[in-house]
Design a binder for this molecule. Structure first.
Ligand code: FAD
Length: 363
């Protein structure tokens, strides 16, 4: 073991306080790394000791098992932001993986750079945003990502992946599908528009700004944070409903044929219309929150120490000393009832870490 790593290595570190859900056990080993060189040493250490690696960002999209993680958890602490160059009102901005995501958004808005303003208030770090192609209020990071700098755990090389190579889609990319756990994101470069207009396509924002033409990026950022706060979708120590992973389930995307089957089922139940959005040639998105509420779960529903947020039907919350198993059992209950009632399979958004028993959720 290199001396540097030995000095910094922590043992049996509780992970719950490092996550927004605040559940789960400890990590056998834990390292905070401050540079790419340190990361490379940490990877070597894990390889020598035959340890699995888990990269922890802000812990806002993970469910850690009650048994914890029997490997090495690495937290990336390098957090530089560099405005690389400007050309024809386009700015290329690079942010290191350890940077707080919302600080990055604030920086862009203050620099009058458009492209990420609707993603204000999302917890977590920059390194995690390409993983599930973070999105909200009509904007996704894939719209502005130019490239992703990664450490490849297979070849031990650093690569710059282009946006096309990342194969972004709704809440997915190569990082959480075909190459899951292969790459560590070191930093992300974004191509942003200097002096560009904010994106106002989402209903909540249209309701506020209507067709007002001269809306600033700052106004949109503030509005998004205000709306998110009303739904307990910003982290706030004094708001128990924010002790969550945000949306626990993805919004299901169905083929037109599957969607017609859902309509038949809902009509049989006396429900006249199903909210939906066409998102592709043969792809219809249905709000998971609508399915959950129609399946009989209400905001504030309780299951042991866990429950459904009082402010958003899609967020599962640790209300009072919930265990990871409570959260998982509640999620399974919801998923099974939605399937039974509408024939739709809900897929969880958070990443499950350290579960030894087979997790029956389709992820
Ligand atoms: C209140 C609340 C609101 C939210 N709202 C939204 C929303 O509007 N839209 C949305 O898309 N998400 C939302 N989320 C989910 C979450 O904030 C995002 O997915 C966020 O990007 C996760 O970042 P993180 O740093 O916390 O990642 P973590 O939770 O720490 O990790 C998530 C996954 O990414 C991996 N990972 C993290 N960093 C790296 C890295 N550098 N390299 C490789 N893998 C890495 C981890 O190993 C893990 O598999 C919300 C969560 C909460 C709690």
């Amino acid at each position: 073991m290199t001396e540097g790593i030995e000095k910094k290595l922590q043992r049996n570190v509780p992970l719950a306080p490092l996550t927004t859900m605040r559940v789960g056990g400890a990590s056998r080993f834990f390292l905070s790394v401050k540079s790419e060189e340190e990361l490379s040493e940490a990877v070597k250490f894990a390889e020598n000791e035959e340890l699995e690696i888990f990269i922890l960002g802000g812990g806002s999209n993970v469910l850690i098992s009650d048994e914890g993680f029997d490997g090495l958890t690495i937290s990336l602490e390098f957090d530089a932001i560099k405005k690389l160059h400007m050309q024809k009102n386009q700015a290329l901005v690079y942010a290191s993986a350890g940077r707080c995501w919302d600080e990055f958004v604030k920086f862009c808005v203050e620099q009058n750079l458009a492209g990420v303003e609707c993603l204000s208030g999302i917890p977590g770090k920059v390194g995690a945003v390409p993983i599930q192609n973070v999105g909200a209020y009509g904007q996704e990071v894939s719209e502005t990502i130019r490239g992703v700098r990664v450490f490849d755990l297979e070849t031990k090389q650093i690569y710059e992946l282009t946006k096309e190579e990342c194969r972004f889609d709704y809440r997915s990319s190569i990082f959480n599908t075909i190459y899951k756990d292969r790459f560590i994101v070191l930093g992300v470069s974004f191509c942003l528009k200097e002096g560009g207009s904010p994106k106002i396509v989402y209903k909540d924002l249209i309701d506020i700004f209507g067709d007002k033409s001269a809306v600033s990026l700052k106004e949109v950022r503030e509005a998004v944070i205000r709306i998110r706060r009303q739904k307990a979708m910003v982290i706030d120590e004094s708001e128990p409903n924010s002790r969550s992973c945000g949306s626990f389930f993805k919004n299901p995307i169905l083929t037109k044929k599957e969607f017609c089957e859902v309509i038949e089922r809902t009509q049989a139940l006396g429900v006249k219309s199903v909210p939906s959005f066409i998102v592709g040639h043969d792809a219809v998105k249905i709000p998971a929150a609508w399915l959950i509420e129609r399946a009989g779960f209400y905001k504030g529903y309780r299951f042991k120490g866990a429950g459904i947020s009082e402010k958003h039907a899609l967020a599962l919350v640790n209300f009072s000393n919930a265990t990871a198993l409570d959260i998982l059992n509640l999620a399974e209950l919801i998923r099974d009832r939605v399937r039974e009632k509408f024939g739709v399979e809900l897929v969880p958004e958070p990443v499950f870490v350290g579960f030894k028993k087979v997790v029956s959720m389709k992820i």
